[in-house]
Design a protein. Structure first.
Length: 291
């Protein structure tokens, strides 16, 4: 099992220091052997999660472009872009650019979007949930076509019409597509049909096992093997913050037995570099790799 980190809080650092804090964080992460670095794609901090909406929130792809220049091995992506935030052709172009400038390390993380306040506040349309899922499926189709060197023709969908799907430069390699969320009827079906990876909340091994059973059934429906999907979980880092690597490894053992390939760690409430440097150690990464 591999270890990743998810950078989602920036309130403990003055804006003038954020660029250095991110540089220190990325350096500490790669030194520890972390294989994945992600950020959220939100315009406001997540008020429904209990955080003030007014807290600092960096724009996701600008931040990933900066991290691409600071790193050399970690995969880079967003957990996850709401399909409503960007026209899908432009999103595919953005991810292709990130892939080229990172040396082939980009992942497109995408989902159906949910944070209505930031949409209303900034004038971004927020259609009903059923339509957002329709748009998500079309966005996944568009990304695949944009990155196909043999197909730069039009795309005609219900919600999006593209006269050309020209994308130059193409990604160095086709970016991984990760669909985030555990919705059993729609989200996991889209994972089976279009995605290379999924991201689930580490609520409990039993719950993740159930979600994987649902995903396995969707994969069977489209003639695919679940083993072809990279399974990741978003997990808290409390045991590591407390310095208890043994407890952390024990927490992950049942997820590894389920076939989870990566654990992506959330930080404590108000920390970036110090959390990675002090808690996400090379020892922890190496021991998790042995599961």
């Amino acid at each position: 099992m591999r270890v990743g980190i998810h950078l989602m809080r920036f309130d403990s650092v003055e804006p003038a220091r954020l660029r250095q804090e991110l540089a220190d964080t990325a350096g500490a992460a790669e030194a520890a052997g972390v294989s994945w670095i992600s950020v959220m794609d939100h315009f406001f901090q997540m008020e429904p999660a209990g955080f003030p909406a007014e807290d600092p929130m960096l724009e996701a792809y600008t931040t990933l472009g900066y991290l691409a220049g600071l790193t050399s091995t970690a995969q880079l992506g967003v957990l996850v872009t709401g399909v409503t935030y960007r026209y899908p052709g432009l999103l595919a172009k953005t991810v292709a650019t990130l892939d080229v400038l990172s040396g082939g390390r980009a992942t497109l993380g995408i989902g159906a979007a949910w944070y209505d306040r930031e949409h209303r506040a900034l004038g971004v349309p927020f259609p009903p949930l059923a339509e957002r899922f329709e748009r998500l499926e079309e966005a996944l189709q568009i990304a695949g076509q944009m990155w196909d060197p043999a197909n730069q023709g039009p795309y005609e969908g219900k919600h999006y019409q593209l006269a050309e799907t020209l994308c130059r430069p193409l990604p160095l390699k086709r970016p991984e597509i990760l669909v985030g969320g555990g919705g059993e009827r729609k989200t996991l079906r889209l994972v089976a049909q279009y995605a290379d990876a999924c991201n689930l909340f580490a609520t409990s091994p039993d719950e993740v096992s159930h979600k994987l059973d649902v995903l396995r059934a969707h994969c069977a429906d489209v003639g695919r093997d679940l083993a072809d999907v990279r399974v990741t979980i978003l997990h808290g880092s409390e045991a590591l913050i407390a310095g208890d690597v043994d407890a952390f490894v024990d927490q992950l053992r049942p997820y590894a037995a389920l076939g989870v390939e990566s654990v992506i760690l959330r930080p404590p409430a108000t920390s970036l570099a110090a959390w990675v440097r002090d808690a996400v150690t090379a020892e922890a990464v190496e021991r998790v790799a042995g599961l």
